[in-house]
Design a protein around this ligand. Structure first.
Ligand code: SF4
Length: 111
């Protein structure tokens, strides 16, 4: 099921640092986040490349924020991305979603 409201947004992927446990990385026996798209911060902490730059933008994000975007590793995205604003795809945002959208001059999501 595509994330309908999110396919024309992407602000969260260009607003926050995305850090996660290396368990979410791809390995020889399971799919996951390609290690080449990450930076290792600590033995047990990875970060999506680009999310700590100014302005932030995840290396896996394709397209134009606020118009048309897609996550190029959507099926294998890390845990924080799966947990972020879980109802946003249905048009129901939350505080963090609102803050990310505000950065790009976008109004809060509305049903
Ligand atoms: S991995 Fe995908 S969903 Fe997560 S921040 Fe990057 S582009 Fe967005």
């Amino acid at each position: 099921m595509p994330d309908l409201a999110c396919l024309s947004c992407g602000a969260c992927c260009a607003a926050f640092r995305v850090d996660f446990h290396p368990d979410d990385l791809a390995s020889s026996d399971k799919p996951g986040v390609p290690e080449s798209m990450t930076i290792r911060l600590l033995p047990n902490l990875m970060r999506m490349r680009g999310t700590d730059e100014a302005p932030p933008r995840c290396v896996a994000l394709e397209g134009e924020v606020g118009r048309s975007v897609r996550c190029t590793i959507y099926q294998d995205r890390p845990g924080p991305c799966r947990d972020f604003a879980p109802y946003a795809p249905l048009g129901i945002g939350d505080d963090a979603c609102d803050r990310a959208r505000r950065r790009y001059g976008l109004p809060p999501l509305e049903l």
